[in-house]
Design a protein around this ligand. Structure first.
Ligand code: IMP
Ligand code: MG
Length: 176
């Protein structure tokens, strides 16, 4: 199969939207400290870029979860390959995700992290495929709502490739 990537959301628009999200977050967390949890690897670019524009004192931690193999559809099977290094008890936690599809990953994570007694736990996602949702998970902050497409770039991968694209692209697989 041949892989083709076309620009869906260009670099400037992504950058602009990330700053807008940071402004919203700045308003909501004024006077508070914020603990960002980056879900590896997909949200690493987004988390770092967002963090640069957050005015509250920020701490960061990383967690590695996978629900996808090298396939284009969700496996529904979530495994935690790397847990957090810090306690989240009493912290204002913002879970930063690249994309919500079925919502199974975040539903599982929010439930698990909620039991660790954070002061608050909210979700910030760069992309949201709202029509694909099979759970009732909702993000407090959403960059872009998109159609049911397979997207890559700005951290998102297909079989570990394309994460470094500076834009969000649509991936199509074509017969050779
Ligand atoms: P969910 O559990 O179905 O919501 O899937 C969420 C995870 O699937 C995301 O964190 C991504 O890692 C991955 N994913 C879902 N849709 C896409 C996509 O279009 N491109 C790349 N990864 C995706
Ligand atoms: Mg992910």
């Amino acid at each position: 199969m041949k892989e083709e990537v076309s620009v869906l959301i260009d670099e400037d628009r992504v950058a602009e939207r990330v700053r807008e999200l940071a402004e919203e977050i700045n308003r909501d967390y004024e006077g508070k400290k914020l603990h960002l949890i980056c879900i590896l690897k997909g949200s690493v670019f987004f988390t770092c870029e967002l963090a640069k524009y957050i005015k509250a004192p920020v701490t960061m931690d990383f967690m590695s979860v996978s629900s996808y193999g090298d396939r284009l559809t969700s496996s529904g099977c979530i495994t935690i390959s790397q847990d957090l290094t810090m306690s989240i008890e009493g912290r204002e936690v913002l879970l930063v995700e690249d994309i919500i599809d079925s919502g199974q990953t975040l539903s599982y994570l929010a439930n698990m992290l909620g039991k660790r007694n954070p002061a608050s736990l909210k979700i910030c996602t760069l992309l949201d495929k709202t029509t694909c949702r099979t759970t009732d998970i909702k993000a407090a902050y959403t960059g872009f709502e998109i159609e049911d497409l397979f997207v890559v770039g700005y951290g998102l991968d297909y079989a570990q490739k394309y994460r470094n694209l500076p834009y969000i692209g649509e991936l199509r697989l074509k017969e050779d």
